[in-house]
Design a protein around this ligand. Structure first.
Ligand code: ADP
Length: 487
């Protein structure tokens, strides 16, 4: 018996009402008595946990209509008809309108002995309905979560035959769900390396109750298609024909795509080895030449005439690497600040040309500054110097001996355009859209030193000024990087 449930007895005949109330009261139920449909609806409207027992013969409303109103306004409140009308058609009509049960009154009062069972049965049924509703709600919530989650979810038997996949997993495997269900997990993923097979993993789930680790999409090379996976058995142990262990059950797998994390880790590892190499080379130059300079008796003819320029350039290479690295951490921490002041752009460019002149000359590259005179620019001069230095150093780095680099200035519709035009190796068209991404480097047969950070930083700095960098390039002919800055 539900502790909180009360009986709402709707009976117009006072004598019958009294008798029924007494029988129910004797069975331990709390009984509220009313004589009209209106009073019944008012009582339900005030709230409470009721089972309604109602006669069809009411003075203010047909009892079947009352059943219908209860069913629509209080669907969780069971209404049981207790009536003298012993007619199957009426009973069916009442049940169709929402009655939970139908008990016929007997003139000898024998039906009263059944009242207790009818109420108990109704409460039991209500409990089942509530549980069913709760399960349905939970199922709906789970279905929404499964549909909405970005993690892949799959259910499969102990041999790995898939019976369910959610949309996220199907999208990640680039196949419709219908092409995945029924096939083996083995067809889509594998254990990285060759120490274990997927069968070993599935057996481990059966033995240990759970498995976590990484799996790889078939056919994709790391760092792509890497999944962080948790496999857990579900449901009651069921005997599965052909399965090795009788306790093996179906499993659910949660697949989190960690390819991007792996790619980033790979990039960082490459970056570290790159930066170590790129610092080591100029450092060796500096140490070698300074040793020569400090040797009291240097070997004759070994000291190059431009030894100091070479030492300075090597120092600058290390300085630029460190600056780029610091800029990157500032950008990533959101700490890049601008200090805009009015300054002479042409003067700044002339100074940069002067600075890189000797390096360019040594590589046999002609360096020129050309174009319109420009008005003073309000911007962060030292940050823009870094942008110019990155673009100019790139132009020199990626232009072979005998080439030409021209810096052109131009005014156009309230903007300043500064272009760095080189006759270097150029950039393949498919690389251009990605050129300004962090750590991005164009694949090359013989590696040139660099970290893939210069253009990313330059673009971020120029963007912070409300400007942009454009690039045009033809492989084997040359590249033009253009800074566009608002005046
Ligand atoms: P880094 O030069 O350190 O690799 P950047 O971000 O400055 O990094 O440049 C990214 C890539 O763009 C370079 O690796 C290079 O392949 C390409 N690149 C940049 N500037 C030029 C240029 N002027 N000519 C040809 N390729 C260039």
């Amino acid at each position: 018996m539900s502790a909180a449930a009360q009986i709402l007895l709707v009976e117009h005949d006072p004598e019958e009402r009294r008798l029924a109330a007494r029988v129910l009261g004797d069975s331990g139920w709390q009984v509220r008595e009313v004589g009209r449909a209106r009073e019944c609806l008012e009582a339900l409207g005030r709230g409470g946990d009721f089972v309604v027992l109602l006669d069809l013969d009411l003075p203010d409303l047909d009892g079947r209509e009352l059943v219908a109103r209860i069913a629509s306004a209080h669907p969780n409140t069971p209404a049981v008809v207790v009536t003298g009308i012993d007619d199957v058609a009426v009973a069916i009509d009442a049940m169709q309108r929402g009655a939970w049960d139908y008990l016929v009154k007997r003139p000898d009062g024998s039906h009263l002995a059944h009242l207790h069972h009818v109420v108990a049965r109704t409460l039991e049924r209500r409990q089942l309905v509530r549980e069913r509703n709760r399960f349905r709600d939970e199922m709906e919530a789970l279905a929404i979560a499964l549909r909405g989650t970005t993690d892949g979810v799959a259910i499969f038997d102990p041999r790995g035959r898939i019976s369910f996949v959610n949309r996220a997993f199907a999208v990640a495997l680039r196949r419709p769900e219908s092409e995945i269900v029924g096939r083996l997990l083995d067809d889509f993923v594998q254990v990285p390396g060759d120490e274990a097979t997927l069968d070993d993993v599935l057996a481990a789930v059966g033995e240990q109750g759970r498995w976590s680790g990484e799996l790889r999409t078939q056919g994709e090379e790391p760092p792509q298609g890497i999944w962080d996976v948790t496999l857990t058995p579900i449901g009651c142990p069921e005997p599965v024909a052909g399965a090795a262990l009788p306790s093996e059950r179906r499993m659910v797998g949660i697949f989190r795509d960690v390819s991007e994390k792996h790619a980033l880790e790979q990039l960082r590892a490459d970056f570290l080895s790159m930066i170590t190499h790129d610092i080591k080379v100029p450092l060796t130059v500096i140490l070698g030449y300074t040793e020569m300079l400090t040797d009291p008796e240097p070997p004759p003819g070994q000291i190059p005439p431009d030894i100091l320029t070479r030492i300075r350039e090597s120092g600058e290479t290390i300085h630029a690497l460190v600056c780029n690295f610091l800029d990157l951490s500032r950008i990533e921490a959101g700490r890049m600040t601008l200090d805009p002041r009015s300054f002479d752009v042409q003067g700044m460019l002339a100074h940069a040309v002067e600075h890189y002149e000797s390096t360019a000359r040594r590589k046999g590259i002609a360096l020129a500054l050309d174009g319109d005179p420009l008005p003073p620019l309000i911007a962060d001069e030292s940050q823009l110097q870094r942008v110019v230095a990155n673009l100019l150093a790139n132009a020199i780095k990626y232009t072979p001996r005998g080439g030409r680099i021209t810096i052109r200035t131009e005014r156009e519709n309230g903007r300043v355009l500064i272009s760095f035009e080189d006759t270097g190796r150029g950039i393949p068209a498919d690389e251009l859209p990605h050129l300004f991404e962090k750590y991005r480097r164009v694949r090359e047969q013989k590696r040139t030193e660099g970290t893939g950070l210069g253009l990313f930083i330059a673009k971020t700095i120029v963007g912070a000024h409300g400007g942009d960098i454009r690039v045009e390039s033809t492989p084997g002919v040359g590249s033009t990087f253009t800074l566009v800055l608002p005046l």
